[in-house]
Design a protein around this ligand. Sequence first.
Ligand code: F6P
Length: 743
Amino acid sequence: MKRILLFILPILIIVAAAFTIFGIFQVRFEEEKLMDDLQRKARAVAESVELAARFAIVNNDLKIAARVVESFQGRERLQGCIIYDKDGQMLAITKRISNLQQEMRPYIKENLSSKAPRSSLEKLKDYSVYSYILPILDDENNALGFVEVIYDTSYVFTTLTELWRRLNTTLAILVVFIVITALFIQRQIFTLPVARLTDWFVHFQRGDIDKWHPIKEKGELGKLASEVEQLALGIRVARKTISEDAQFRLKKEETWTEVKLRDFVRAKLGENALFVVSNREPYIHTIDESSGASKCVRPASGVVTAIDPIMRACGGIWIAQGGGNADKKFVNTKNKLGVPPEDNRYILKRVWLTKEEEDGYYYGFSNEGLWPLCHITHTRPIFRENDWQFYKSVNEKFAESVLEELPAKNPFVFIQDYHFTLLPKMIKQKRPDATVALFWHIPWPNPEVFSICPYQEEILDGMLGADLIGFHIQYHCNNFLDTANRLLESRVDTEKFSITRVGKETFIRAFPISVDGYTNAASTIKIEQINKIKKEFELENKIIALGVDRIDYTKGILERILAVDRFLEKYPQYRGKFVFIQLAAPSRTHIKRYHDLMGEIDELIEKKNWKYLETDWKPIIYLKRHFSPEEILPFYKLADICIVSSLHDGMNLVAKEFVASKQDLNGVLILSKFTGAARELTDALPINPYSIEEFADTIKLAVEMPDEEKIKRMENMRRTISENNVYRWAADIITELTSLKKT
Ligand code: F6P
C-alpha cells in the first residue's frame, strides 16, 4: 500500500496543482466577462433613460422622473434606477432600492465635477451591487444631473461559486480515475507478474513444479524470473545428484551415524523434506527480565534430545509451540527461523498459543489428563470438558500450520507424543497422500485404565489416522492393540500388528528411542571442567552418585532421596564418603501437583542433610535449575553412579546419555525396572524404586562393584547404545514407513 501511495501521490499533487492554477485563471476570466457584460447592460439602460431623465430634470417634473425609475421595479437583476439633479440631490428612486437614500455614498458628490460615466462595485450593508452613473449634460456640456443604474451582483458570485464547484467535481473524478488507472496498471505490470512468480516459487518449494513450468514473464521481471528458474533448476539437479550419491554411499557404511542417516533419508525420501511436529520446541529464546539480554536454551525434554540430532542430520521443518518470552523476536514473517542458531541445519516453525489455549491444551488436558492416565504412579487424572475443547482447537491450529507447509507430493509427517492425538486424522483428511507417523514417547496403559478417559473414542480415532504408531517397547504396543480391540469398533490383526478402522489400516510397532551416541560431545569435556565442579562442591575423594531429571512425580526423586538416606543409615561406613548430586529442572510448575512436589523435595532434602550434618560433608547436593546438555556432560563424566529411579517411564534417555558419555567405562547405572530403557540396558543394576530397602542395597552394590565388572557391564551397555542409537531409531521408522507405502 505504501508503495502504491508513493507512486500515485506525486501524480495527484501535480494534477491538483495544475487544476487549481487553471481554475483560478478560469474563474478570473469568467468574472471579468460577467462584469464587462454587466457594464454594457448598465450603460445601455442608463443611456435609454437619459432622454426622459433630462426632460424631467429640465422641467423639474418629478412625476416623469418617478415614472422613469419605477419602470425598473419588476426587473430581475436590475435592481433599480436613481435620478439626481445637478447638486447630487435625489429626484427619484426605484422603490425597491429606496433604502439607498440613507446610505452614505460620497462618490455621488465626487462625480459632480468629473462629468464622465463611472462604474463601480459597491458594498451596501449585507449585499453588493454594481453601480453605473451616467452624467446628463446640456448643449454647453454642463451637468444637469445624473442617472444611476444599480444592478444586483449576487448572481456573479453564484455563477463563480458554481464554476468552482464544477471544477472541484471534475478534479475529484479525475483523481478517482487516476487512482483506478494507476492501480490497474500497477496490478498488470507488477502485482500479477510478481504473484505469478511467487506462486511458482511456492510450488517449487513444495516440489510441484511440472505444472508450473516454465515461467513466461517478459521484460525486466522476465529476466529476473529466468534467473530464478536457472537457480531452481540448479537446486533440483543438485538434489537429485545428492540423493543418488546418498544411495551409493549407503551401501558402503555399517554403523548408523549422522551422515549415514542423512544419506538414508535422501535416498528414501528423495526431494521430500521431513516434517516433525511436537509441542516442545528444540530451541527456546528467552529474555532475562532484569538484564534485558536474550538467550537461546535447549529444554529438558526426551523428545528434543532424540529428534534434534535427526533433524540436524536430515534437515526439514520442525513445527512446535513457541513458548519462550523472546521467541517472537527471532522469527521471520512466516514464524520460522534456522536452527541451531549458530549453525542452521533445519527450520523451526513456531506456532503461537494464547494463555487460555496453553492452560487448557498443555497444562490441563495433556498434563493433568493424559500424562497421569498413561503413567502408573497413582496420580489421579483430571479431565475437564473445557480443557478438552482447547485440546481439540489447538490440534486444529497445528494441523493448519502443518498443512500450509506440506509439499505437493507424498510428504512425510512425523508427529510426537500425547499432545497431538487428533492431529494424524486431521492431516490425513486434507492430505490423504501424506505418510503420517505418530510416536508415543510415554507408556500406553492397559484398556481398563484407558477406558476411564471420557474422550477415549475420539482420541483413538484421531490416532488411527496415522499410517504408523510407534511405542518404545512391545508391551506398550500390545496394550494399544488391546485398547483398540476392546474400546473401539475396529479390526485388530495380531499377526500383522495392525488396526483397521473404516477401511484405514494403521501399523503398530515398537521402536526403542535412543541418544546420538553422545561420544563426540563427551570427548570435548576437559578435565578442568570436571575439576572445577569437584572443587566447587568439595567432591574430592568422594563416591559420587548422580540424578538428572525434570521435576516430575513419575521420576521417583523422593524415593531416590529416601533410598540414599537408607543407604547411609544402613551402611554408616559411607558417611562422609558418599555424595548424591541431583540436577533438577523445574517443569510444568503451574500444575499444583508439580508445584507441591517441588516443595516436598526441598523439604525432604533439607531434612536428610540436617540429619547427617557434619562439618565438611553434606550427603545431598540439590541443584534446582535448567541445565543445558553441555552443562550436564561433565556431571555424567565425574559421576561414579547414575541413579534413574522412575516410577514409570516410556524409555528414559538420561540412562542412555550417562552410558554414552562414559568413554572411560568407569560407571555404574542403577535403573528402575519400570523404564523402557531397562529392557535394553540389562547390564544396569535393576531396582524397584518403591522398595526403599532393596534400592539402598543396590546403591551399596554399585558402590562396591569391582572395576572389572563395572567395565564389562559398561562395555555391554555402550555396545547396545551405539548399535541402537537414535539415527538407527529414525532409520527404522522411515524404513517401516516407506515399506508400508509400497504394500
Ligand atoms: O518424555 C516425555 C515427555 O513428555 C516428552 O515427550 C517431553 O518432551 C518431555 O516429557 C518434557 O515435557 P514438557 O515438554 O512438558 O516439558
